[in-house]
Design a protein around this ligand. Structure first.
Ligand code: ZN
Length: 140
């Protein structure tokens, strides 16, 4: 991974073979980023995307081995029990230009990944929510 500090945050380039969520989470921890936003584009493979079934309170997972380009990764950065949590959703597609979408559990960069992180100015945390079964942003 390469990164450069810019006026409002960071630009990052993930390299072939790096897993996106793990690499971004480690970067957030190392740079002591207290929360914020992440945006990205690039190409990945071995992706696991999720859809949250609200009635069952569980994720349906779909895995894609093939190389896909992602045109939009949008995420938030927060902390759960002191550990960084990158919550990202992604739109990705292949040679037929049809798109897949989902909550990004994991994906490995297959060519390049270009990301922009905009840090918050204070700690952003998540807390368990009984109604949904998710850890939701706690912004009180
Ligand atoms: Zn999600």
């Amino acid at each position: 991974m390469q990164f450069k500090r810019i006026k409002d945050g960071y630009m990052l380039r993930l390299i072939k073979g790096e897993e996106i969520i793990g690499t971004l989470s480690s970067f957030v921890e190392r740079e002591k980023i207290p929360g914020g936003f992440v945006f990205g584009l690039g190409a990945f493979k071995d992706a696991t995307l999720g859809y949250f079934d609200a009635a069952k309170k569980e994720y349906v997972r779909n895995s894609f081995k093939e190389d896909l380009e992602f045109g939009s990764l949008t995420g938030s950065i927060s902390y759960v029990e002191g550990k960084p949590f990158v919550h990202a959703h992604v739109v990705a597609g292949g040679a037929d230009s049809k798109a897949y979408f989902g909550h990004l559990f994991s994906a490995t960069i297959s060519a390049t990944g270009e990301f922009f992180i905009i840090p918050s100015d204070g700690l952003i945390e998540r807390k368990p929510d009984a109604e949904t079964g998710l850890n939701l942003l706690d912004l009180r």
